[in-house]
Unconditional design. Structure first.
Ligand SMILES: Nc1ncnc2c1ncn2[C@@H]1O[C@H](COP(=O)(O)OP(=O)(O)OP(=O)(O)O)[C@@H](O)[C@H]1O
Length: 260
């Protein structure tokens, strides 16, 4: 299946933020190979929020890693904001620093740095001008304006994840990739983080791709892509948690019937 996002329903521009052309990823050596991605083609417009779902082992993390330039595909091509992601490790690192933001399940904040320093670190690493006033403004927007000089361990899990979101937003990347961003949070903090991610897309026009196992989290996205056996097998626009859960159950049934 090929997925192509149309003009966005809220009237956003249809600039392409992410494109994958027949992306394949094979892990392991000859004789012991696992096909994690079996040729994925998709196009996501800028300013959209996309969730990626599928059974365990269906290739979600691999898709995210390849799309974000953290893993090299075995075949196919990845374009971010019209630029093909290619080159040696140094070029890829530079490309990621300029174009890609990350939000991880376990926040990945540096414990020795303050909240403000954590948020400005990607700009420093990229050799970009550090505008502390803007960083503080983004931290205020995520509800942490009074925590700038705190260390991550002085914050709750939900607050730490909001710092990580501010860190991703401050660099204005072409795409933010979030891997199970609410996986380590209680329900209430998860809801706040999801609302914030949604706001980043709706208010700032950020493009966001989120891997999740949770239909409630996926329902915050504009559309959900379903993966099975390393292939895109479906797409749902304007998802509800119930509809996503039902689609996932049927996906599981289909795989059981096929003997996967
Ligand atoms: N480094 C690796 N070496 C070998 N096989 C791998 C490697 N990484 C992933 N795989 C395999 O590739 C397939 C896809 O894995 P991936 O982690 O992308 O799935 P996933 O959908 O994210 O799973 P989960 O929901 O359990 O996190 C699986 O069969 C997995 O075992």
């Amino acid at each position: 299946m090929t997925v192509s996002g149309g003009a966005h329903s809220r009237g956003m521009t249809n600039t392409e933020a992410l494109r994958l052309d027949e992306v394949r990823k094979v892990h392991g050596a000859d004789g012991n190979q696992v096909v994690a991605l079996a040729g994925v083609t998709l196009s996501l417009p800028a300013g959209t929020f996309t969730a990626v779902m599928g059974p365990s082992g269906s290739g979600k993390s691999t898709l995210l890693q390849c799309a974000a330039g953290l893993e090299r595909p075995t075949g196919g091509r990845v374009f971010v904001a019209g630029h093909e992601m290619k080159g040696d490790e140094t070029e890829l690192t530079k490309f990621r620093r300029e174009h890609i933001g990350f939000v991880f399940q376990h926040f990945n904040l540096l414990p020795a740095l303050t909240v403000l320093q954590n948020v400005t670190l990607p700009l420093r690493l990229a050799g970009r001008r550090v505008d502390e006033a803007r960083a503080a403004e983004v931290l205020r927007a995520v509800g942490l304006g009074d925590r700038l000089s705190h260390r991550p361990q002085e914050l709750s899990g939900g607050q730490q994840q909001r710092v990580a979101i501010a860190r991703a937003l401050v660099a204005s990347p072409s795409v933010i990739f979030a891997d199970e961003p609410t996986g380590a949070l209680d329900t209430r903090s998860a809801r706040a983080v999801l609302a914030l991610l949604q706001q980043a897309v709706r208010t700032y026009g950020q493009t966001l791709v989120m891997v999740t196992h949770d239909p409630v989290a996926a329902a915050h996205a504009d559309s959900v892509l379903f993966l099975a056996d390393g292939r895109l097998v479906g797409r749902m626009i304007d998802p509800t948690a119930e509809a996503v859960a039902e689609r996932l159950t049927h996906l599981g049934d289909e795989l059981v019937r096929k003997g996967a």
